[in-house]
Design a protein around this ligand. Sequence first.
Ligand code: SF4
Length: 339
Amino acid sequence: MITADELQEKWLADRRKGIGGSDVAAVFGEKYGCPRALFLDKTGVERDYEHSEADLDIFDRGHSLEPLVAARFESETGLKVRRMPARVSKARPWMRVNVDRVIVSAENPEPGFEGPGYLECKTASREVFWDMRSTGMPEHYILQIQHGLAVTGWRWGAFAVLEPYTFGFLHFKVKRDERLIAVIERVEEEFWKRVKAGDIPAKLEDFNDARCQKCGYRLSCRNAEALPKEKKRKRVYEPDYSPELDIVVGNIKMLDASIEEAEAQKKIERQKAVILMGDREAVLVPTQGKKLLNSARSGKLTWDSKALDAEQPQLAAKYKRRGEAYSVLMMYDAAETDE
Ligand code: SF4
């Protein structure tokens, strides 16, 4: 029986056999992609920075919701879809595509949409979804779908996009574009020749490029320490006037106030106890069933992780461990800035 690790290894080995649909943006240096990072990936160089938990959650979300996106596409369009194994181009074996679903030929298709279609299933954040709704498919999606059409030889395809929070849904039907496919094939071929020849593409020019800040090779490719910190995401606080949340937050405020008062009072009583103990290190208070110990402690041993990051970045990256994710509810005054 094949293990998860072996499966992962196999997937990585397959990925390195050629250029897939999700690689095209990187070949062209579009959106999040960098040709140099893709080259390192294709030549089997190990990443020196792992994906963040948040990024892994997004990959997982896309994978888990794929059947739902495909089903929604069927119900919105009346078209039928089926699963299909990965395809490899006959003319260019290094061009491959994982077909999310094949769209079964319709009975009376519109001109240009005859035969099977290639369906790409996506999930998108609210911002990206609304952006797509007003401006249409982004360039890297267009490149991805034309790459899929180049490999399969089909005449059309579609993108189905789900916004998981509101369940908003969009789909775009796309015809095969021979001129764009010719460009994609040429540029991918040049890139693949470089991979085979070990000719590594140049680094991105702008040192502050957001792609470098999220890149899995940022430590070895660029001195990660010299990079500015990632920009914080601007949060949007959605007003909620529900009486239920009003009562709960009111209760938290009340409890916070009494905890603060109790903590302040406790501090005063502890100081009084220390004074009453005088020179004595240990005292028993039988009436309260408590023992008091007033002893000196040495300071807690901690790591200076900033200095370690600055002086030994490779070592720091190797031994950094992220604990299991958990959620924390913070409460601030509404007028406070969000930093
Ligand atoms: S660190 Fe920047 S230039 Fe280097 S591979 Fe990554 S994205 Fe490309």
